[in-house]
Design a protein around this ligand. Structure first.
Ligand SMILES: NC(=O)c1ccc[n+]([C@@H]2O[C@H](COP(=O)([O-])OP(=O)(O)OC[C@H]3O[C@@H](n4cnc5c(N)ncnc54)[C@H](O)[C@@H]3O)[C@@H](O)[C@H]2O)c1
Length: 336
């Protein structure tokens, strides 16, 4: 399956097919120097498979985990390109999850003011969400994604076979992002996930369905001035839980919990069941003061309210401004 993302200034294809990792050389222009960015948790065969299809492939393996989305690692990769004599006509490929994609994309966006970037996402989260849309970034001073760019890939290759090696907990965390999109935009997809005994049996459909949603949203609002904000559904409370949990929970797990705070009663009951079936956490407890303090960080400086995406009916959403007190009430279920 090919999905075309059509933006005002560019367009690119997402190729989704089992086994297409071996076709990277046909789908991408790898007939040049290519920096392949992967991490230590991604089976090395994936990057090697891509390297074998390049004229000159240079594999750089960063340490797995969020810490690699740093200025230091970013600099190391740029230096590697300099040393290897990369020019503006060469390319960067990410082979891994959202960490590799965000990092490699930012390297590609800035080396010689931008070289071609290809993304090969290998986690559920990156296949359903982060690999398209062009947000690339690293973290700085403890703040996530604070240094980055909007830089669209030249193409994206998704091989669902690569998910076979992904730990179950990572699979579930990624599926939370797919549920997030279905709740707001696609009743049919949500109902299919709801009815499925094992959503991994329909993972190809979930990936395609999620990407079609994200494509629509990004095509309408590339730089997140309006509709794209809906993709942050569950994220305000989710981010607060993520920071209070201090690394104990994955991002997708926090989004799952965060969604529960912004679904109205009937939707919440259905979402809760789906999250349980996906083996995602549905309860969390922390001190009220810590959660309230953490949630206030999502508030823009000077503003007294936060934009919250609410789901009152599967397949649609409401966007409303809420005060910190109102948000605090929504989080009641998480207080000790
Ligand atoms: N750019 C965007 O639009 C966007 C959207 C959402 C999230 N993100 C970012 O994505 C990142 C999270 O991405 P993630 O959840 O993919 O995490 P990740 O990239 O850290 O990958 C999770 C773990 O899975 C391992 N892994 C990856 N592929 C594997 C495979 N096929 N088999 C076995 N292990 C594998 C990795 O080594 C890592 O340890 C965060 O930094 C977040 O900020 C970006």
């Amino acid at each position: 399956m090919i999905i075309n993302v059509d933006l005002k200034h560019t367009d690119y294809n997402i190729y989704i097919e089992r086994g297409n990792l071996a076709k990277a050389g046909e789908l991408f222009n790898l007939n040049r120097k290519v920096l392949i960015v992967t991490d230590s948790g991604v089976p090395k065969e994936y990057a090697e498979c891509v390297a074998s299809q390049c004229k000159a492939g240079f594999i750089e393996t960063v340490v797995q985990g969020e810490e690699s989305k740093s200025i230091e690692v970013y600099e190391k990769l740029l230096k590697k390109m300099l040393e290897a004599g990369f020019t503006r006509k060469d390319a960067v490929v990410a082979v891994g999850g959202g960490v590799c994609g965000d990092l490699a994309g930012f390297v590609a966006s800035s080396f010689m003011r931008g070289v071609d970037f290809y993304n090969i996402p290998t986690t559920v989260l990156s296949q359903v969400d982060s690999s398209i849309g062009g947000k690339v970034a690293v973290n700085l001073g403890g703040i996530k994604n604070i240094v980055g760019a909007f830089y669209q890939p030249k193409a994206v290759l998704i091989d669902p076979e690569t998910l076979k090696t992904l730990p179950q907990r990572q699979v579930s965390a990624g599926l939370a992002e797919a549920v997030k999109m279905a709740v707001n935009f696609d009743k049919e997809l949500f109902e299919k996930i709801e009815a499925s005994e094992n959503p991994m049996d329909m993972i190809d459909e979930i990936i395609a369905g999620s990407l079609l949603i994200k494509k629509r949203v990004v095509e309408e609002d590339e730089k997140e001035s309006g509709l794209r904000k809906v993709l942050n559904f569950g994220h305000t409370v989710g981010h607060a839980i993520e920071s209070v949990a201090e690394g104990g929970l994955y991002h997708g797990e926090c989004v799952a919990l965060g969604m529960l705070a912004v679904c109205e009663k009937e939707v919440k009951e259905r979402v809760l069941k789906v999250l349980e079936s996906l083996k995602l956490p549905t309860s969390f407890k922390a001190e009220k003061a810590r959660l309230s303090e953490a949630v206030s960080h999502d508030k823009k400086a000077g503003a007294s309210t936060v934009t919250v995406i609410i789901s009152d009916k599967i397949g649609t959403f409401k966007m409303q401004e809420e005060s910190l007190d109102e948000l605090s009430e929504r989080m009641e279920q998480f207080y000790l």
